[in-house]
Write a protein that binds this ligand. Structure first.
Ligand code: SF4
Ligand code: ZN
Length: 759
């Protein structure tokens, strides 16, 4: 342990704790100790304080008590002559620093100073409502803390490895070019990027703004604020990961830190000069097992053996090999991922623009658009089909018809993408699974937007991307590279043909539609009774060790990301992976959906905690939930029915809790009769809580579900013999309490009121 770092960190810790104390004190004098204290959209109070101390801070008085704890962790700054290992003291000082930083942000929230105003900053995809009342990151403010909804949305990607971890960047890069290059390198690896801090008033957030880099949830770049203190939100995110996915409670400090050390692959990248507060905050991060990499000359802390991830690495930017900042940035990021042991898989896609999942959420605005395919003025489709091994030529990419050169800027044209794949292990059933990947694959290119699927595909190319040389063939290049990289186990040959010629387009559109129709019929015919095996998904066990999803044709995984066909394909691709076939075996109860095979599998794979699963019931042995569910179904006893709350709905529900609070009740891998996490498409299944009477039990449903699945839900209501049922189901606009719900249902004669008691 370096004495230099220990001294700086302890100086920083003592100062920031004193500052926090003073701020809380004056807030209490001004506003009173009862003044509520909270971060936006989280059920985890002030998460770092909750994690370290177990204290559920609700008001300024509690906050003052939390600071007493912070103070007790402080040690005096070591004298020159004193020679000690300092490690314990420094780490404790780091912990105290984090508590103080969070306390300061909490007070700033009360004073209307958080999220921080940053004139001109526009965020993409942020749900936070800023102080001006503009939702969706209306502009002019930093992101502030990440909300629980986003935490869980990213959780699934952290679980399945699509997102290897996060980088907390503090400070400012040497040049704007370097700032952009560093962030792009991280995005390419799908590493989540958190931004905070400054050097002499200049923050990497300013640098990215000047260079026109889009920030916000959609691009995996979250600007917390321009001071070091806002970096606390990164550690709040880390703490909540342990609480949410690791099933830990506040105060289990050691477990929470170990969870982060072994499961959350994060690191701190300190850009520019490191001052006392940065050293102190870095010491706090090291508690979590997050190493610190600085691009300036600072003393290093190498692995100690006792604490294997205990690292401070100095990698002065000027000394990094490379002729350009971009090259240096690549080496710097490479080193960061090595230090933290991040498992990063990059597929080299030979196209002229950056490529990676971080670009998936990118939108291309009309003003920036060179050309679009599909949408209102043209039509586009995509179709993937399996052919014989000798029917195609691997790597052949063709455009049949004219390019978009003749289309005026901002114009539209028809486009058909036909992907033909062949492979000894390929099956016709996998066609839709692979076809669905086109959305992710194509979207990964910077400056390309892809929405929809099948014959409602809609693709935009931005001006900048076309200027860099992106062509229609580039779509083929992407698909060829990605299908081989990601599905090499089932796909041996890939051929892509892009149709723009009007006759060929129509001809292939016809073929595609026939195939879509045939698939619809085949899928609709696929019922639980017609297959011999279900599939398991245990992906989430890395976060929720006792949770098993049992996935059948009529019930998809609760995260919505895996249905039965996906699991079947995934099992072919990776036979020892998280999706294993489950032989159904003897049916023990066909109404409740109980089979010997699924019971045994669940028992063995839940560490003997779940003995029996009823696939079709919410009341009796319901399926467990990890934390990634799209919706929560919960019994409302007074209404003799069930409500369904969507993850996207922040409002109050008749259960007296919001989604994020409910999530704490539903998750964690426990069986709780009356509460269940579900994928939203399960609502449409004939087997949706069919043991309790099915969809007719739904008395309340978040309006976002009604709106986004309007057509499908209408069909369900008709199938259930009550075409107007959807109008009889309340939502957050009509009822947020049981008292409001009951008259609503009575007035509309909701069928649940006349059904057999649900208890
Ligand atoms: Fe997790 Fe279940 Fe989704 Fe698998 S299907 S990723 S176990 S929620
Ligand atoms: Zn999960």
């Amino acid at each position: 342990m370096s004495r230099y770092i220990a001294k700086a960190a302890l100086r920083g810790a003592n100062l920031i704790v004193a500052e926090a104390e003073q701020m809380v004190e004056s807030a209490i004098t001004d506003l009173g100790a009862d003044t509520p204290v909270a971060f936006t959209n989280t059920a985890y109070y002030l998460p770092v304080i909750l994690g370290f101390t177990g204290m559920e801070v609700n008001n300024l008085g509690h906050l003052q008590k939390a600071l007493v704890r912070a103070k007790s962790l402080l040690n005096p700054v070591p004298f020159e002559s004193l020679w000690l290992p300092y490690l314990g003291e420094t780490l404790d000082g780091g912990a105290a620093t984090l508590l103080a930083m969070e306390a300061i942000e909490a007070v700033r929230f009360i004073r209307g100073q958080q999220p921080e105003p940053i004139p001109g900053l526009q965020l993409k995809g942020t749900s936070f409502t800023n102080p001006d009342g503009n939702g969706g990151g209306g502009g002019g403010y930093a992101n502030g803390p990440i909300d629980d909804i986003q935490l869980r949305a990213w959780g699934i990607q952290l679980v399945d490895g699509r997102m290897p971890g996060f980088a907390a960047i503090v400070g400012a890069a040497r040049t704007n070019e370097a700032a952009v290059a560093i962030v792009r390198e991280l995005q390419k690896r799908n590493i989540l990027v958190f931004l905070s801090g400054n050097v002499n008033g200049r923050s990497i957030i300013h640098q990215l703004m000047e260079e026109g880099v889009e920030m916000g949830y959609d691009t995996y770049i979250v600007p917390f604020g321009t001071d070091t203190i806002s970096a606390i939100y990164a550690l709040g995110f880390a703490t909540r990961s342990a609480l949410t996915f690791g099933g830990m409670s506040g105060g289990q400090t050691r477990d929470i830190l170990l969870y982060n050390k072994f499961r959350v692959f994060a690191f701190v990248l300190a850009l520019g000069e490191v001052d006392d507060l940065k050293y102190a905050a870095a010491a706090g991060a090291i508690n979590y097992g997050f190493p610190v990499i600085a691009d300036t000359v600072i003393p290093q802390i190498l692995p100690t053996g006792v604490t294997p991830y205990e690292h401070v690495i100095s990698m002065p930017f000027d000394d990094i090999e490379g002729d350009t900042d971009a090259e240096k940035a690549r080496r710097l990021v490479q080193r960061c991922t090595e230090v933290r042991g991040l498992k990063v898989k990059i597929t080299e896609v030979p196209i002229p623009v950056p490529y990676g999942s971080a670009f998936e959420g990118e939108r291309v605005r009309r003003a920036d658009m060179r050309v679009e395919f599909g949408g209102q003025k043209a039509q586009a489709f995509e179709y993937l089909r399996m052919v014989g091994l000798d029917e195609i030529e691997d790597g052949r990419i063709r455009v049949v018809g004219p390019t978009f050169d003749e289309v005026p800027p901002g114009g539209a044209m028809n486009l058909g993408i036909v992907v033909e794949v062949a492979g000894r292990k390929m099956q016709e059933d996998f066609e839709p699974v692979l076809e669905r990947q086109l959305h992710y694959f194509v979207n990964g290119a910077s400056g390309i937007q892809h929405v929809g699927q099948r014959d409602i595909t809609w693709i935009r190319f931005s001006n900048a991307t076309v200027e860099k040389g992106f062509k229609l063939e580039s779509i083929g290049d992407i698909l060829y590279a990605r299908f081989h990289a990601d599905f090499g186990a089932i796909v041996d040959k890939v051929q892509v043909t892009i149709y723009t010629d009007p006759d060929a387009f129509q001809e292939w559109l016809g073929k595609a539609r026939e195939a879509y129709q045939a698939r619809n019929v085949r899928l609709a015919d696929m019922v639980d009774a017609s297959v011999e095996e279900f599939y398991s998904c245990t992906l989430c066990q890395s976060f929720a060790p006792n949770h098993v999803c049992v996935i059948s044709p009529e019930r998809l995984g609760l995260c919505g990301a895996y249905n039965w066909l996906d699991c079947k394909a995934s099992n072919q691709i990776n036979p020892t992976g998280p999706n294993q076939p489950i032989q159904k075996g003897i049916c023990l109860d066909s109404d409740y959906g109980v089979w010997q095979g699924s019971n045994e599998f669940a028992y063995q794979n839940s560490h003997q905690t779940v003995e029996r699963i009823s696939m079709y019931s919410i009341m009796q042995d319901p399926m467990t939930a990890c934390g990634c569910f799209e919706c929560i179904a919960m019994v409302i006893p007074e209404a003799n029915g069930v409500m369904v709350a969507s993850r996207e709905d922040p409002s109050m529900t008749p259960a007296g809790m919001t989604f994020s609070t409910l999530a704490g009740v539903a998750g964690g891998g426990l069986q709780t009769p009356g509460v269940m996490g579900v994928g939203k498409y399960y609502l449409l299944s004939r087997k949706f809580i069919s043991a309790e009477g099915g969809f007719k039990r739904v008395v309340w449903m978040s309006s976002v579900l009604k709106a986004t699945m309007a057509e499908e839900l209408k069909a369900v209501c008709e199938r259930e013999g009550d075409p107007d049922l959807l109008d009889k189901i309340a939502d957050e606009r009509s009822a947020t309490t049981v008292e409001e719900l009951l008259p609503f249902l009575e007035e509309r004669e909701h069928p649940a009121l006349a059904m057999a008691p649900i208890f």
